[in-house]
Structures are given as structure tokens and as C-alpha cells.
Ligand binder design. Sequence first.
Ligand code: PRX
Length: 626
Amino acid sequence: MHKKSVENPEEFWGELVQEFYWNSPPTGAILDYNFDVTKGNVYVNFMKGATTNICYNLLDRKTQETDQGEKIAYYWEGNEPHDCSAITYSQLLTEVCKFANVLRSLGVQKGDRVAIYLPVIPELIYAMLACARIGVVHSIVFAGFSAESLCDRILDSQCILLVTADGFYRGEKLINLKQIADAALEKCKCKKGFVVKRCIVVQHLGNKLRKSQGKAHCNILQLFWNSETDMCWEFLMKNASEQCEPEWVDAEHPLFILYTSGSTGKPKGVLHTVAGYLIYTAISFKYIFDYHDNDVYWCTADIGWITGHSYVTYGPLANGATSVLFEGLLLYPHVGRLYEIIEKYKVTKLYTAPTVIRMLMRLGEGPVRKFNLKSLKILGCAGEPINPEAWTWYYNVIGNGQCPIMDTFWQTETTFPFFGVLPAVLNEHGEELQAEAEGYLAFKQPWPSILRTVYGDNERFETTYFKQFPGFYLTGDSCRRDGDGYYWITGRVDDMLNVSGHLLSSAEVESALSEHSAVAEVAVVSHPHPMKGECIYCFVTLKDGRELTKSISDELKSKVRQKIGPIATPDFIQNAPGLPKTRSGKIMRRILRRIACNEKELGDVSTLIDPTVVDVLFSQRGQAAA
Ligand code: PRX
């Protein structure tokens, strides 16, 4: 199938699209593109001119044209083990239609952008699919991001409405989400591009407390309620109709924007379009996880990341699958929670990240042995390179030596390098290397679900992915092709940091740190970490020759949490009286990475303007505040 997909894409995709519903056929070629910047603007069109609706494909066809309506779409498992529910396909369709009608009644129209800032609760799925149903573009922001991050994202895509919740528990910690959302809206208010008219608030905690404590109003969060903009989800849904005609949109109509870190520090709004994304998530889910009708599938990613978009929502639903939707933390309230959930729902296919596997591995086999994991058939992982030790443990201990592991390399921009994907390994000059080789990982032609642009900045789209080596899509990763033809992803070649499978850019963290009044200059690099894969190591030069104290370190950390979110919290902050720079003033991060690891072998340092700073940094390494 792969051979056909790259050699005869028209026929391959032409056959595959028959399995989906189109309201009208395409007007031209199935896959039409220009990948070469030297020949004009880069573009990719899949099924252009055809009209369809992704929500209709996922839900209506399942519930009407087959008798799947009563099948469970999601087992929702809350933060607390006793807090759970099951949602069938027809219930899901009803809730989605109701919320789509709510959005329409508030004047939200095809092409508008809606920001969604929610924990992993069913309302998140209802909201995203409701947007898709009426041709509205969703922009989901992970609920662990800070007010500033949310504000930046709302402004960049000019969202006209925000959906959030009162709050939620992450383990034992109460997160007052509405308060963060309020702070974000307050920050955006006076800025260009601010057009949010309404904020819809799910009473997620409020309802739980009312249920468990029987009180009419139990408001531990003491929500601030702005009567001009805030609206209660439950109230709006009560009066909404359950029938909602889908909006038939062009195959290339935008489906969602999802922000991913870029090396300049400003997150990029990666734009995906309807048909290509539908087909690719659907078939990758089906073939990579060998999906069968009676499977129970669980992807542990938060919907706020691309993995959650693709493999919690769109891919599984497109196949009529039953999935686990998990709100909580994998080690709460006990270290065996992941295993407990597998046993409880008899999960057959598990998709998680190397960082999770390393975390579980450290806790040993004891907790695993307390649960029955015999239901498992296939294991998956994604997000970062998996180290052999973690792979072996995943295979032997969780999979009991019986389950193949699907290690899936992909990106927010791409989804799986799978049917239609032709990888190439390039050298510095952009020349393609053959056979066994190591170099830049690139792709020679598009596949249906490649990103279409960076929202509002098409030039950045072309510069980031296509300009360096014309004719290729550049991933930003390096890789090695071995004698058997396998691709080993060896890590990022740009200034990106991959912390627990989440990409962050050094520039993003540096700009947060630089806001501290005592900071003169900073440089941020990645450092190996036993659980997170990579963690953040900061070199900080303070003003007026000041010394880094514990309290400044703590302030710097909280600055990063406030600007980006807790995932970006630095692990190390080291005092740096000076930074290694080239004559043109460029900070040599390659050298800083070595210093952070205490690796004395620095390679070529001839371009350094002042080599003595290196010795000073080595000598002060030990005092880095962890
Ligand atoms: O560096 C690669 C790494 O994660 C990057 C993409 O991150 P993001 O856009 O957040 O999408 C995550 C989708 C899973 C890649 O450029 N990466 C992702 N998966 C793997 C990986 N590195 C090695 N092996 C993987 N399986």
C-alpha cells in the first residue's frame, strides 16, 4: 500500500476517499501541490472543490447509516477513580449538535475562530466537534498554559469566543481555570486583534460539588462573573435544539489552528484543513493500531496537543472506536493508576509517550503486577526518541513480551510519515544521501494532512519548512537511516527543546527570563533528563555583576511558569558572568550544551571571541540551582 501511495497517489487516495462522505466531488486533481519554493508559492490541496463535513463523517454516518449509535464512543475517567461516565455515539452527536446550535445562536459563523481552554472533559470534545460541524475553526489551548500564553494565542488567531471551565483538579491541586482565563482576557483587552465577545463557562467542578454535597450553590472557586460576556454552558445547552444541519465546507476549509513552538520564540499557529486531516487521522489510526471493532483504545495525551487532537478525537471517532478519555494524572491517586485503567476498561491498544514509560519504569514492576494487563494487544509511543531501556521495559513489562510497539514519529505539522510520505536524508548542502546515512530528515512530497500554512504568516511557513532546501519539507530533526532502511530519529537540529515530548523553543524561554529586571542576558539549552528526556538548563548573566541567589532563581522559574506554563519550568539555572559568543555576537549554544553536561570535549572553539568564559562557566557549573 505504501508503494502504491507514493508511486501512484491519485489512484491510491482516489480509492481511499470512497470510504468517506462527500456532499459534492472535487473539481480537479485529488492531490495538487507545489513543494518547491523556487517555482512559486508552496501550497497543498487535497480534494479541492469537494464539499464535506468532518463531524458528519465522524458522527452522523455512524449513528444513522449503521446501527452504531449505542456503541460507546468514550469512557470518561475523571481525576478521581470513582468519577466516571460513558458516552455513546448518539449521545455524542446530540451534545455536539446542541453546542453547535448554541454557537450559531451567538452569531458564530463559518470561518470564525473559537478558542477552547478546557481540561480533558467531554465538553472539550463537544466543543471542538461543534465548531467543525458549522465550519468554525477551533484553536485549542492546553489547560496547563498560562494566562499570557492563552492571551497570545487568542490574539494571534483573533478568536471571537472563548470556551473554558470554572476549574478542575489536577491530582490534588485545584486549578482555578476561569481565573486564568479572566486574566488572559484582561491582558488581551487593550491589544490589537482582540475581538472576544463571549466566554462560555462549563461548571465542571461546580456541578460535581453540587452533586456530591447536595448544595444548591457550592462555589469554592468564588468565580468572578462578568455578566456582559460570561455565559453558563449548562444554561445555554438546556434550551438548545438537538438537530443541527452540518455546514458543507470545501475540502480545504480550515479545520483548526494549533500553536506549536517555533525557533523565533513566537508560537506558530499551524493550520490544518478538513479533508486531508480527516482521511489521514482515520487511516493512520486504522492501520497503525490495527484497529478492530471490539477494541478499547486509550491515548494518554491531552487533547490540547496534536496527539490528542488526532488520536483522542478525530482518528478514533472516524473509525467508530471506543476510547478512554482521561482527565487525571497517571500517578494519582496511586502509582498504578495507568494499569488500573487498563484493567478497568480492558484496554487493547495503548498509545503513550516515552516520558511516561520512563516515569513508570522508575517505579518498578511492583505496581504493574497488581493489575491484569492481558487485554493489551498493541502498544504505541510518540513525541520524542524512545531510548532502548524504556522500549525494552515497555515491551517486556507492560506488554508482557506479546505486543508490538508502534513508535510513531510525527509532528504538529505532519501526522504520521505513512502512506504518501517519502522521506529523504540530506547533507548540509541539501543533497540527498543514499543507503546508510545520517543527516537532516526531510520529505520529498506532501501527504494529505501536512500543514497548509502558519496562520497569518505564510512567509514564516515557507521560511521554516521549505526555503533552506528547495523541493523538500524540512522537519527540523536529524536522523540516521540504517542498513535495514529504518529511520532513527536522533533529535532536533534547531534550537528547540523537547521536554517530556513537548516542543519548546529556547527563544521562548529566554524571552520569559529576560523580563526579570535583574537579568542582563540569558541563553537556554536542553540537558538530558532521566524522565523528561530533555530538561531546560539556563545560563543567566545578571546586571551590574550581581550574583545569582536562590531567591532570584525562584523568581526566574516563576517568571517562566507565568509566561509559558509549568511544563516549561527550568530544571537548572546557572550563573554566567559571560556567555560564549562568536565575533558576530552569536551565542554558541553548542558549547553551552556541552558545559551543561560537563563534557570537556568542546570541538572547534576557534570562532569564540573570548575563550576564557568557557572555563569560568565550567567552574561555576556545580552551583547551578536545580
Ligand atoms: O523532534 C521530533 C519529536 O517531536 C517533534 C514534533 O513535536 P510536536 O509537533 O509536538 O508533535 C508531536 C507528535 C507526536 C518532532 O519533530 N518526535 C515526535 N515523535 C517522535 C519524535 N522523535 C523521535 N521519535 C518519535 N517517535
